[in-house]
Write a protein that binds this ligand. Structure first.
Ligand code: HPA
Ligand code: ZN
Length: 349
């Protein structure tokens, strides 16, 4: 049946922030081969097409297994620089004006790559990316939750010289069996250093993990948060606190968190008054960058111009930018949404 969907050109021109993107998840197969050649590192695939064919996941762990293996070819500062610069260039093409980028230092330090090699390469690219592509950014260090609290503390210690250049800490990797409570003391230490706090919760894990992220970790944002909708009391709490949820539709589809995008909770989240945002999570693995995520949910959930503008405004409101920068970006979204010629609709077959 035909239905109306926003023209993708409205999405393309919409100023937006991306708040949930793992740098290692932006590693495109072609770049992976180029870096592997440079480092004389082995890849267990014959070609980029072969790599893409392997990207069929039935859950989060399926994906993580291949994601950590691919990161193995990243060895020297230039590799991390190239990875971050390529993401910023691609994000700027999607009219991302500001990106808050996750990186997983433990994936690299466990292989003998120094924390400084990773952080220096990324930070250098963030600086160059701002000058070259007019995109601002902040860096968020994620702890791997399948590893121990002691290993997270050791990573926080390694990050100490970078506290002035790292905006915050996050929590990612295998969610089930690794509740936020496991990292309450590490997050308290990070907070005492003035770092912002985010955590993946309620992607595969239950609503109780979202409660823990709020009450035990004292997070500033929830990454994913889909399962919050199982608990009306939690929804009320998230709405009352205007807690940002960094939602990742194509990731949810690829990792079987939803069976079909038509079942995706994003529209329900907006209608409940939750501060939801749209993000790509791991764009090289899940079939697209942020605009592809916007376009896919806009079509599947018949989102209108005002929903899309709300999502873009939420991305800036939920960012760690200062008030003046937020106000400037919010005004740009409003001016864009109000401009004539951004209101076209097309009929889908
Ligand atoms: N969930 C948990 N850990 C991750 C993800 C994710 O979606 N992407 C990269 N690391
Ligand atoms: Zn994620």
């Amino acid at each position: 049946m035909a239905f109306l969907a926003m023209d993708d050109s409205f999405i393309a021109g919409l100023p937006k922030a991306e708040l949930h993107m793992h740098l290692e998840g932006s590693f495109e197969p072609e770049q992976m081969f180029a870096v592997a050649r440079r480092n004389k590192a082995d890849i267990p695939f014959a070609s980029a097409e072969d790599v893409r064919r392997a990207y069929r996941f039935s859950n989060l762990q399926d994906f993580l297994d291949i994601y950590y293996r691919s990161a193995d070819v990243l060895r020297v500062e230039e590799d991390f620089y190239d990875l971050a610069l390529a993401y910023l260039k691609r994000a700027a093409d999607d009219n991302v004006r500001h990106a808050e980028i996750f990186f997983d230092p433990q994936t690299h330090t466990a292989r003998g790559v120094a924390f400084a090699t990773v952080a220096d390469g990324i930070l250098h690219a963030l600086k160059d990316g701002e000058a070259r592509f007019a995109i601002t950014s902040k860096l968020i260090l994620c702890f791997l939750r399948h590893l121990s609290e002691a290993e997270a503390f050791a990573t926080l210690k390694q990050a100490e010289p970078y506290f002035d250049r790292i905006a915050g800490v996050g929590l990612d990797s295998s969610e089930l069996g690794h509740p936020p409570s496991k990292f309450a003391r590490v997050f308290a230490a990070a907070r005492s250093h003035g770092l912002k706090l985010v955590a993946h919760a309620g992607e595969e894990g239950p609503a109780s993990y979202v409660w823990e992220a709020l009450d035990l970790l004292h997070v500033d944002r929830i990454d994913h948060g889909n399962r919050s909708l199982d608990d009306p009391r939690l929804v009320a709490r998230l709405v009352a606190g205007q807690m940002t949820l960094t939602v990742c539709p194509l990731s949810n589809l690829k990792l079987c968190v939803v069976k079909d995008l038509k079942d995706h909770p994003l529209k329900r989240m907006l209608d409940l008054g939750l501060r939801a945002t749209v993000n790509s999570d791991d764009p090289a693995y899940f079939g697209g960058h942020v605009n592809a995520n916007f376009a896919a949910v806009a079509q599947a959930l018949a989102l209108g111009k005002s929903d899309l503008a709300t999502l873009a405004k939420n991305s800036f409101l939920g960012s760690f930018l200062g008030d003046a920068e937020k106000a400037r970006h919010l005004a740009a979204v409003e001016a864009y949404a109000a401009a004539p010629g951004t209101n076209r609709i097309r009929r889908e077959p």
